[in-house]
Design a protein around this ligand. Structure first.
Ligand SMILES: Nc1ncnc2c1ncn2[C@@H]1O[C@H](COP(=O)(O)OP(=O)(O)O)[C@@H](O)[C@H]1O
Ligand code: SF4
Ligand SMILES: [Mg+2]
Length: 340
């Protein structure tokens, strides 16, 4: 395939989030912005981490891409596109036949996505029958194969078991098998290992990365844990108070973060304890939506904040050598990173 054709194809199947803003309806007809002007693109075969403390707007961004925002929460600007298909935009509903087929998801709690009264093999087979119109016998066989592919032993027998007979990690494997059933172009995983034991977490991440790589999917991995991104993602974006504050290749961002919030997250990572550096908690908390300070939203917690550049008006995102950062002082700061 020529370089031009392959670039065009990769464009065609990229997940493209552009200028996405999301708001919630509040009392008195007010709207509260939850996500503001978020842009990123994930190419086929690329694993992209979306990181930030709880309450940053990560899940809202993921849910918008899946067309699963709750009632009262809506996209107010921008778009999410998969190739030529617009998945989300103001007043736009998710087109039929996309979610579960071209774009699939894995959430924190696998039990929430499983029907406790139905055998796991039947649940996967149902997805195949619904989206791909497979016949009953073929769907059952494929469901068992998928369970085997995600590392479930004796898959043909286990397909006949109910969800409660599986451990948390095995249930998450079942969810991954179900998500992969229709060979989606994009997989969105929102805190997929947060509810699991530490030893199981690593196995599930390995599985996700292997599946993403083998199938050439675009993976959006949402997590509050930078350690999760370190071994799994090619690029990452850091989110704070509903906005992206930094984006770039994982290795470069870990080596030399350009935003004080990224540096603070790296210093707070528990992995630092293993390197003999005590993890340093970030003082304060993420501001609540609707109560963002004027100027840089991270200002009140930032050790580098200065009157003037940091608190007069919104801080713009700047881009250079494949990296983006939203910090008025970025060019003059030399922030410590963490070797991976
Ligand atoms: N219906 C709603 N009305 C107002 N605020 C909401 C609503 N739903 C979520 N939020 C707020 O939106 C913010 C972003 O939430 P979320 O995307 O779940 O964060 P994250 O996944 O990064 O932890 C949070 O502060 C949350 O409390
Ligand atoms: S703009 Fe100022 S307050 Fe915000 S992160 Fe940069 S230095 Fe800190
Ligand atoms: Mg979340």
């Amino acid at each position: 395939m020529s370089a031009v054709t392959s670039a065009a194809m990769s464009d065609a199947m990229s997940l493209d989030v552009r200028g996405l803003s999301i708001a919630a309806r509040a009392a008195g007809g007010r709207t509260v912005p939850l996500v503001t002007d978020v842009s990123f693109r994930i190419a086929p075969g690329e694993a992209f981490g979306l990181v930030g403390e709880s309450g940053s707007g990560k899940s809202m961004t993921a849910l918008a891409a899946l067309g699963l925002l709750r009632r009262g929460v809506a996209v107010t600007a921008g778009s999410v596109r998969l190739g030529g298909t617009e998945l989300a935009g103001p007043g736009r509903a998710m087109p039929a036949g996309v979610r579960g087929r071209r774009i699939a998801m894995v959430f924190q709690d696998p039990m929430a996505g499983l029907n406790p009264a139905m055998r796991v093999g039947e649940q996967i087979a149902e997805v195949l029958r619904h989206h791909l119109r497979m016949g009953r016998a073929a769907a059952a066989r494929r469901a068992a194969d998928l369970l085997g592919e995600v590392g479930i032993e004796a898959p043909a027998r286990r397909a006949r078991d109910y969800p409660h007979t599986f451990s948390g990690g095995m249930r998450q494997r079942v969810m991954i098998a179900m998500a992969l059933a229709c060979e989606p172009a994009v997989l969105i995983a929102d805190e997929p290992t947060t509810a699991l034991d530490v030893t199981v977490q690593a196995q599930i991440l390995d599985l996700l990365v292997r599946m993403q790589d083998e199938r050439g999917m675009a993976l959006l991995l949402v997590t509050h844990d930078l350690g999760v991104v370190a071994g799994t993602c090619h690029r990452l974006a850091v989110m704070y108070a509903g906005r992206l504050v930094e984006e770039g290749p994982v290795g470069e961002v870990f080596d030399a973060p350009r935003h004080p919030y990224t540096a603070a997250l790296l210093a707070a990572a528990p992995e630092n304890a293993m390197r003999g550096t005590a993890p340093k908690a970030i003082p304060g908390t993420v501001p609540a939506p609707g109560a963002y300070p004027p100027g840089c939203a991270f200002g009140p917690r930032c050790a580098h904040a200065r009157p003037g550049p940091c608190d007069t008006g919104p801080v713009a995102m700047t881009e250079s050598d494949g990296r983006r950062v939203r910090c008025a002082r970025a060019p003059e700061l030399a922030l410590p990173g963490v070797p991976r």
